[in-house]
Ligand binder design. Structure first.
Ligand SMILES: *[C@@H]1O[C@H](CO)[C@@H](O)[C@H](O)[C@H]1NC(C)=O
Ligand SMILES: *[C@@H]1O[C@H](CO)[C@@H](O)[C@H](O)[C@H]1NC(C)=O
Ligand SMILES: *[C@@H]1O[C@H](CO)[C@@H](O)[C@H](O)[C@H]1NC(C)=O
Ligand SMILES: *[C@@H]1O[C@H](CO)[C@@H](O)[C@H](O)[C@H]1NC(C)=O
Ligand SMILES: *[C@@H]1O[C@H](CO)[C@@H](O)[C@H](O)[C@H]1NC(C)=O
Ligand SMILES: *[C@@H]1O[C@H](CO)[C@@H](O)[C@H](O)[C@H]1NC(C)=O
Ligand SMILES: *[C@@H]1O[C@H](CO)[C@@H](O)[C@H](O)[C@H]1NC(C)=O
Length: 680
């Protein structure tokens, strides 16, 4: 396995090993880099070219912001022309370093190294205590201070690797990103300390190619404008909050936004927080887009949008799927922004190169994986309701699932748990909380409740659909499935203490609905009870799916051969394939190859869009997770709360028979990140 990659010079041996194994380097990356977003597509950007991906501090969603490893990873897993963003600060001796924020203690260990050297300075008129680069020589920083993870919700397991603060020159000469974007957030502050950002950017751009320089200060950009040719270095005016005051004009950024012809006199583009373009209301719902992109394009300005991250809840309209958010900025009916500033440049790259303009695509070249819903589209609606099933079908699920319970009167219906208080509002006068104590006509009147499996991380599913939909009987479920031309099957899950009795009731309904004879829909019967499966085994239109329990983990041949006696396929949870420790994948088991050797297809549950349900290894990106299970583990089916995301993966234009995988569609190597995080 060969990966032709450059390694950060500050990298130790482990770091080198890490880079070799993080990505499955089956193809040499140099060859792959020919894969760019389709240039034949028309992009409604200012130039007509695909939107730019700008990696803020490198891949800062995973590694410490502005560390060499973060910059290097961004370069390796993003679009071939990715630009890396460096927030420039100047040291006491005038060296330009990359550091997020003017207070160094945010994303470095400086406060523990130089305990007594914090100072209070005015930053944009506000007295601020902190460790400022103007008080340290470059040598003092380079030799003693390490960059660390500044965002508490991200893993700090890479902090002790001792990644140094790097200079702009080092970034350009050693890491060699395809494009460099320097952000000068505080020119006036450095001027107060007798350091000149103007002199720095003019001199550095003589030594290395600087593609973009952005700043929220009008005076700075007007001062340097004459020193740069727009064909070589573009200047971008950065908008801060609408009510914040721009220091040199004393106008608010909101009012400067109405004066784009003025902005055009000193800049060729603008950088705005993403909600300038797609505002989100206080309850996290998306409002109609503004006209900023059209207005700026009319004024001849490029528009870049900032603040894209995978690991902060986004508007409910995106169903926790960051790719949907990018697509709303680059692939809508009205405009495309000219670039996105992201902490997760791999996801931005996938969105632009693999998922934009895919509307008419079919999943033709890719038979796998089978997309199976979990309680319908239960990420968007209360599970097992008519709405959840209809959404799953519309979203491209190939199989929808009904976990069967029996009402007191014997009616089989779909419900994710027999404990009603978990999934419905149960009136006080209803006797008992278990579904088998109620008649179907009582259950029918219950108000369903949406599941919130990530509530303890304060991540919630769409509150507008909190109580939407109605529960349905098994026979309604079958009728609904029959009418859905896009389905290939139904999965009926029998997990009940009285499984055998339920199986008989299910069988009766199936016969009544004509599903026992060959229909266009395959019937999958799932259970962890072999007695249930044996009732259906051998019937031609039925597939018996064994829900594996702990005993399969030993993977002994006799266990697996035994499964073959009553099952045609197997469902396992994700950790049976990629065991985890502290949310890092530690290893890959051989369960799938063993089941495949017995010709048993393997379906995996449960895939969700909320990033907290995924291991760190997948970069908080549900598509990277699915891609890795499909390509590395070779699973046959994906069982998911969010069938849209899984079905879209199959339409992805970067996959296909005979296609070389671009780096952003390469699966990760399970276990590599854990080893890197562990051995420190
Ligand atoms: C930091 O680095 C400098 C230069 O290498 C060294 O002389 C100094 O002792 C170090 N300071 C601390 C606090 O470790
Ligand atoms: C550091 O900066 C990041 C990004 O601006 C911010 O989210 C975080 O809260 C800051 N951390 C601290 C300790 O100030
Ligand atoms: C635009 O801003 C410039 C500089 O602040 C100012 O001179 C000009 O009057 C403004 N134009 C409008 C239409 O607000
Ligand atoms: C976002 O979702 C809400 C609630 O479903 C809807 O009213 C609104 O129109 C959606 N916003 C956009 C821009 O589609
Ligand atoms: C049913 O679910 C509710 C809500 O999660 C829980 O508090 C209760 O203990 C459960 N009851 C049983 C018998 O499992
Ligand atoms: C797992 O399933 C097998 C086969 O149905 C059964 O024999 C075994 O007792 C189960 N083990 C556990 C721990 O539930
Ligand atoms: C990973 O799995 C393989 C094969 O199952 C095993 O030999 C190895 O010891 C495991 N490694 C770790 C770190 O668990």
């Amino acid at each position: 396995m060969v990966c032709q990659q450059a390694f950060p010079a500050t990298c130790n041996l482990r770091c080198l090993a890490f880079f070799l194994i993080l990505l499955q380097c089956t193809a040499v990356l140099a060859l792959v880099s020919a894969q760019e977003p389709s240039q034949t597509d028309r992009w409604p950007t200012l130039t007509g070219k695909p939107p730019l991906v700008i990696a803020r501090g490198g891949f800062s969603g995973l590694f410490p912001d502005s560390s060499s490893i973060a910059f290097d990873l961004a370069r390796q897993v993003s679009l071939p022309n990715v630009h890396v963003w460096c927030d420039v600060q100047l040291t006491k001796d005038g060296v330009g370093i990359c550091a997020q924020g003017v207070k160094l203690e945010n994303a470095t260990d400086i406060a523990t190294i130089y305990k007594k050297r914090s100072r209070v300075y005015r930053v944009n008129k506000v007295p601020t205590r902190g460790w400022f680069s103007v008080d340290f020589t470059y040598k003092e920083l380079a030799n003693n201070v390490s960059v660390t993870q500044g965002v508490y919700s991200r893993t700090n397991r890479f902090d002790n690797h001792g990644f140094a603060i790097i200079t702009v020159d080092y970034l350009a000469k050693e890491i060699k990103p395809p494009g460099i974007w320097l952000n000068i957030q505080y020119d006036a502050f450095f001027t107060q300390h007798k350091l000149s950002m103007t002199r720095f950017v003019l001199s550095v751009s003589k030594r290395v190619k600087v593609d973009y320089i952005s700043s929220p200060e009008v005076a700075f950009l007007t001062r340097i404008a004459s020193g740069f040719k727009p064909t070589k270095t573009k200047l971008v005016f950065r908008f801060l909050g609408r009510n914040e005051i721009e220091p040199s004009t004393s106008q608010t950024y909101g009012s400067l936004l109405k004066n784009l012809t003025f902005v055009k006199t000193f800049a060729s583009g603008i950088l705005v927080p993403k909600d300038y373009i797609w505002p989100v209301d206080a309850t996290l719902y998306l409002q109609p887009h503004t006209s900023i992109v059209a207005d700026a394009h009319k004024a001849g300005l490029e528009v870049f949008a900032s603040d894209f991250v995978n690991d902060i809840p986004i508007s409910y309209n995106y169903s926790h799927d960051p790719i949907l958010e990018y697509l709303s900025f680059v692939n809508n009916a009205d405009f495309a922004v000219d670039g996105v500033l992201s902490d997760f440049p791999m996801t931005a790259s996938e969105a632009i190169a693999c998922f934009a303009h895919d509307l008419s695509r079919k999943a033709s070249s890719q038979a796998k994986p089978l997309i199976i819903s979990k309680y319908g589209a239960s990420g968007d609606y209360p599970g097992c309701t008519d709405l959840a099933y209809n959404k799953a079908i519309a979203d491209g699920a190939e199989v929808i699932d009904c976990p069967v319970q029996l009402a007191k009167d014997g009616t089989p219906f779909c419900l994710s748990s027999k404990n009603l208080t978990e999934i419905a509002i149960v009136p006080k006068d209803v006797g008992g909380i278990f579904s088998f104590r109620l008649k179907w006509n009582q259950i029918q009147t219950l108000i369903p409740v949406i599941a919130n499996p990530s509530a303890k991380f304060r991540m919630f599913r769409n509150p507008k659909f909190q109580n939407a939909g109605k529960f349905i009987t098994l026979s309604d479920f079958l009728a609904l499935s029959k009418n859905a031309k896009s389905l290939t099957g139904v999965l009926i899950n029998i997990e009940n203490a009285r499984g055998v009795r339920v199986a008989d009731a299910v069988n009766e309904v199936l016969i009544k609905a004509g599903f026992d004879k060959q229909t266009s829909l395959k019937v999958m019967i799932q259970s962890s009870n072999s007695l249930v499966l044996r009732k259906f085994k051998g019937k031609s239109n039925y597939e018996c799916v064994y829900k594996a329990n702990g005993s399969i983990a030993d993977g002994s041949d006799s266990t697996i051969k035994n499964i073959k006696k009553f099952a045609d396929s197997v469902v396992v949870t994700k950790d049976f394939i990629f065991p985890e420790l502290s949310a890092f994948i530690t290893n890959t088991t051989d369960i799938v190859p063993k089941l495949h050797a017995e010709k048993l297809p393997v379906y995996v549950e449960t895939f969700s869009n909320e990033f907290v349900t995924q291991s760190w290894d997948f970069f908080s990106d549900a598509t990277v997770e699915i891609n890795t299970f499909v390509q590395v583990a070779k699973v046959d089916g994906i069982i998911t709360d969010f069938p849209y995301t899984a079905a879209r993966y199959k339409r992805n234009r970067c996959l296909g028979v005979g296609k070389k995988l671009p780096p952003y569609m390469q699966p990760i190597t399970p276990g590599s990140l854990y080893q890197f995080a562990e051995n420190r």
